[in-house]
Design a protein around this ligand. Structure first.
Ligand code: CDP
Length: 257
């Protein structure tokens, strides 16, 4: 692709380049997979392409319901055009069902339905391993203002309701997921918008019937079949894909933009 464009940042699964216009960036989805704060690494061919498509579909839907996001449009197989935002250094975890670190921390069986949806905050800092923090830390250390935190919680609840319904409709349970938010500066105003990605890399998705894991836990727990699982999510979401199980004879084309 364009050799001259400036690389702004390279993360674990994505690269950011400067965009065609001021205030825009291009995000490139890599095939790299990491887990346990990058102690475990692999390249999983095709993962970036599928995540780009799944995240595009979800961000388009969220934009359509008036939820503010950084997403503008998908550019090609691996890249999206996004608005430049100042990332708020929090990983916002929304949980509906106990799994992962919550199960470990509180001794809850994985799969236990939570009494209500729970929002947790982790301080985004790789050196510290993204520690769990309380709202008090967030405001005391100025990572976000109380107003921004209110906005983040309200947006997270809306996103959870919307995504839970979206996935339920295609036979998938949304167990938990991670969100990141950013500050979008426009003229003299600043507002909180959804940033980063939403994909099986950042969600726990279980098949409603079989409880099969259709997310990054396949990599974290060495279950194999990660790309096939992500393809299954994409197929159920109606994203154009060649079937990989031979059940369909031709690709299914569904509106993409
Ligand atoms: O994923 P892990 O068990 O390490 O941590 P968790 O707190 O149980 O993760 C909750 C949800 O957030 C899962 O869907 C993870 O995939 C997602 N997450 C993420 O996308 N990135 C992180 N750095 C941490 C969690």
């Amino acid at each position: 692709m364009n050799q001259r464009r400036r690389r702004i940042y390279e993360g674990k699964a994505k690269i950011l380049y400067e965009g065609p216009e001021p205030g825009t960036l291009i995000v490139h989805y890599k095939d790299d997979a990491t887990a346990h704060n990058a102690q475990k690494k692999a390249v999983i061919e095709g993962k970036g392409v599928i995540n780009n498509r799944i995240s595009e579909l979800i961000f388009n839907r969220l934009n359509e319901i008036g939820l503010p996001t950084h997403f503008i449009k998908r550019l090609n197989m691996r890249e999206q055009l996004i608005r430049e935002v100042e990332i708020i250094p929090l990983e916002v975890i929304v949980r509906n069902v106990a799994a992962g670190t919550l199960s470990k921390r509180l001794g809850l069986d994985e799969g236990t339905v939570l009494p209500r949806s729970i929002i947790e905050f982790c301080y985004k800092n790789d050196e510290l391993g993204d520690p769990l923090v309380a709202e008090e830390h967030v405001t005391a250390f100025g990572w976000a203002t109380p107003q921004e935190l209110d906005d983040i919680m309200a947006l997270s609840i809306r996103i959870n309701d919307f995504l839970s319904g979206l996935f339920l409709g295609i036979g998938i349970k949304l167990v938990d997921f991670k969100l990141e938010f950013g500050r979008l500066f426009e003229n003299d105003t600043v507002r909180v918008v959804l940033a980063d990605e939403i994909s099986p890399d950042s969600c726990r998705l279980w098949d409603l019937q079989t409880s099969d894991k259709l997310d990054k836990d396949r990599f974290r727990r060495d279950l194999g079949g990660l790309v096939e699982a992500y393809q299954e999510v994409a197929r159920r979401l109606g994203i154009l894909t060649e079937s990989n199980n031979g059940e369909r004879s031709k690709p299914v084309l569904v509106k993409s933009d």
